[in-house]
Ligand binder design. Structure first.
Ligand code: 3BY
Ligand code: FES
Ligand code: FE
Length: 416
């Protein structure tokens, strides 16, 4: 039996605060198209890293559904973003991923663009052909401390400035412009992109599912309210909170911004950052909690500055003394999402000498596989006829509620 479909505005209105979304908002293809329109075309999205294109002539193309953009390092060292589409008959120019080029040449009829996007050669177009009007279309791009954010809309939200103001001082010591991608791994999760984000914004699931991550990750610091605990667990949590407060105060006094800054409902650009303590030796997210890379990032001279965490609506990042982890979330279809993880080290760090790739990547390789499994289960659940929206824990899943409130607000603000 197939009744009339509920409209997207009605679905959004029916979402109860404190609860997961109605199933259709995770499953339907028209909702997926609306999500792409609102969150991937009209908001700032994380697209990559300055060190994805370290040298002039390096290009890197990233696809968001049918829209491919290409990041290009010009001869002037500037990184620019263009739509990866030829101004002749629209052919795609660069294949997905990285390449090194002198110029960008369209494979179809060989129109040639320089690294600034200007059309420099178009065969047989006549003397009166205006090259100047046929350069590659620029995409709005902001380089925030080595993190590249793009906005496909001409009307780009201006509050990206808040992300910039907050993150520049936090990222400065890590000097990500002079990091390199030591390893990169893709995993396709069988779930809606919002389930991927939900999964990443809570650590309620960590103890039972992430033995490797839990060696260094402290779930308690991750939006966990000790008021939800009892007895010995509560006492332990209170003691930890006191320690964390002391550590945070020390870091701040030493000039390392650490406190949580959260831009959720009421803001256009969604982000949250906080410097977290790590468990055990507290140096890094590695199997033993110690630095994986002996050459520290950027200007870092200490390994005890915790983990600067940043979440946006399509990425999450950890910046530690020895390495950084940067994860981009790329929706593929209503129930499939590409999660691409990059591990960064100092550009001069030498593999096999300063770091061992297996040791560097072990924790998050394992964690990603575990999370993919959980997201797959969640998608199966929301697709089940018997699914009903369920309650978030107010002690451990507050950030999911604020994300979904933001999601509904932004959909409605964009006419849905
Ligand atoms: O396991 C996850 O999905 C990540 C790890 C840290 C935060 N979040 C819970
Ligand atoms: Fe690119 Fe013709 S479509 S040169
Ligand atoms: Fe997880």
């Amino acid at each position: 039996m197939q009744g009339q479909q509920t409209s997207i505005p009605a679905l959004l209105r029916s979402r109860k605060p404190g609860f997961t979304l109605p199933a259709d908002l995770y499953c339907r293809s028209d909702v997926f198209d609306a999500d792409m329109d609102v969150f991937f075309h009209r908001h700032w999205i994380f697209v990559g890293l300055e060190c994805d294109v370290p040298e002039p002539g390096d290009i890197y193309s990233v696809d968001f559904g049918p829209t491919s953009i290409v990041l290009v390092r010009g001869d002037d060292e500037q990184v620019r973003a263009f739509y990866n589409v030829c101004r002749h008959r629209g052919a795609r120019i660069a294949p997905p991923g990285r390449d090194v080029v002198g110029k960008l040449v369209c494979p179809y009829h060989q129109w040639v663009y320089d690294l600034s996007g200007d059309l420099v050669h178009a065969r047989d177009m006549g003397d009166d052909f205006d090259h100047a009007c046929h350069g590659l279309r620029r995409v709005n791009l902001r380089n925030i401390g080595g993190l590249l954010f793009a906005c496909l809309s001409d009307d780009a939200p201006s509050d990206i400035a808040d992300l910039e103001t907050t993150m520049l001082p936090r990222l400065a010591p890590y000097d990500l412009a002079h990091a390199k991608v030591a390893f990169e791994a893709d995993i396709i999760e069988e779930g809606n992109w919002k389930l991927v984000i939900e999964n990443n914004r809570e650590c309620y699931h960590c103890a039972a599912n992430h033995p490797e991550l839990c060696t260094s990750f402290i779930a308690l610091d991750f939006g966990y309210d000790p008021a939800g605990l009892e007895g010995a667990e509560r006492a332990q949590a209170d003691a930890h909170e006191a320690l964390y407060t002391t550590r945070m105060t020390e870091w701040e006094a030493q000039g390392f911004p650490s406190r949580a800054v959260e831009h959720v409902a009421g803001h256009v650009t969604n982000f949250r950052t906080q410097r977290l303590m790590m468990a055990g030796p507290g140096e890094s997210q590695t199997p033993d909690g110690r630095a994986a890379c002996s050459r520290l990032l950027g200007h870092m001279t200490r390994k005890d500055l915790g983990d600067v965490h940043l979440w946006t609506h399509n990425s999450w990042h950890h910046f530690m003394g020895d390495h950084a982890l940067s994860v981009i979330v790329i929706p593929l279809s209503p129930d499939r999402t590409l999660v691409r993880t990059k591990w960064l080290v100092h550009q001069d760090a030498v593999e096999g000498v300063d770091y061992d790739v297996e040791n560097l990547t072990a924790v998050w390789k394992a964690t990603n596989v575990q999370d993919a499994e959980l997201v797959g289960l969640a998608q199966q659940g929301v697709s089940n006829y018997g699914y009903q929206p369920g309650p978030y824990s107010r002690f451990t899943e507050q950030q999911l509620d604020t994300f979904m409130t933001w999601y509904v607000d932004r959909m409605q603000a964009n006419g849905y």
